[in-house]
Design a protein around this ligand. Sequence first.
Ligand code: BGC
Length: 399
Amino acid sequence: MKKTLALILAACMSFSLVACGGGGENSTPNPGSQSTGGSQVSGSQTTTGGDAAGKTVGIAMPTQSLERWNRDGAYLDEQFKAAGYKTIVTYSDNKNEQQVNDIQNMLSQGVDLLIIAAIDGNGLNTVMNDAGAANIPVIAYDRLIMNDNVSYYVSFDNYTVGKLQGTYVKDTLDLDNAAGPFNIEFTGGDPADNNAPFFFNGAMDTLKPYIDSGKLNVVSGQTEFSVVGTEQWKTEAALNRAQNVLASYYSDGTKLDAWLCSNDSTALGVTQAVLSDYAGGNSVIITGQDGDVANLRNIKDGVQSMTVYKAVANEAVVTLDLAKAILDGKTADESLISASGWGFDCAFDTESYETTPGNKCPSFLLVPDVVTADNMEEKLVTPGYYKVGADGYLEATNG
Ligand code: BGC
């Protein structure tokens, strides 16, 4: 039942993505919303009435310039409206001050609950404290906010995302059996995003034993998250750093075997750098995350190796059911999962995430999955998230 809903919404979302121009760095805004932020007030379709009637949910997304947040915003908006809530959806152009203003406006407009994917997990204290003072529940969506007024966190298991990327590299290079040594580089995410170190640590913890034993060699020596991070997950920043690393450490013919990238926007930049600036003739293993359309093309073309796919339609389903429980004054814990009938796995976790040291945040964590050229159709097309376009590449459903 819930799975069906997710599929229907996958189709709706895909339509929005097409309507807003596809994605990647050049995405244009959804019709009716403002690319530079500011609030888009969506009318409600009061289909269910009941407890939802008259309630407004504020949905604050970081930016429309990275493909996935268009998907998240569209899914959340659709699902909450279909359940009878009014919604206010904002995208804040990756600017923290703008997100603070957008959330402040939502509070002034009397929202009953906030769903926030933070641009800077440490940058929202003022509005979070205002929300706390007004008793407005806050769901930290995908990215945790470092403030104790967060009521719940809904995300994927971020450490596992990195583990899947590291394991892919380990298995593909057959690190347990092959003689090696192999050469690898790392590109991490935005230091302001609480998820980014989780991704990086999941990957690094998987590969570190091989680095320590000498089977894997990080030729640049750049193994610290603080050094390999990418401001705002920007493709261009990842491209520039990759070009510098290639020029400094690989221009003498040193072989590059793998480049572990934490997500697809950074993988795009690294792939571009490898294609243009790497002299070696071998194909380089490049990892990613999100299943962005441009990266799925690269995977099909064999210039990116894998992406970790996170079904954001399901993340939105969990967020909706959690929000309903909160707004209806019901218990929101493990029992939400058993009562839900969700057709996908989700864990209730009270240990892994802290909003401030010692303050654990109750979290609902979904399970990420590995997508490669070989299983792309089974993982993405069969469930209805994408379809195969006339040119053979995957595109948004209904595209
Ligand atoms: C999300 C990733 C995404 C990245 C950049 C992270 O917080 O979990 O899915 O690739 O932000 O948008």
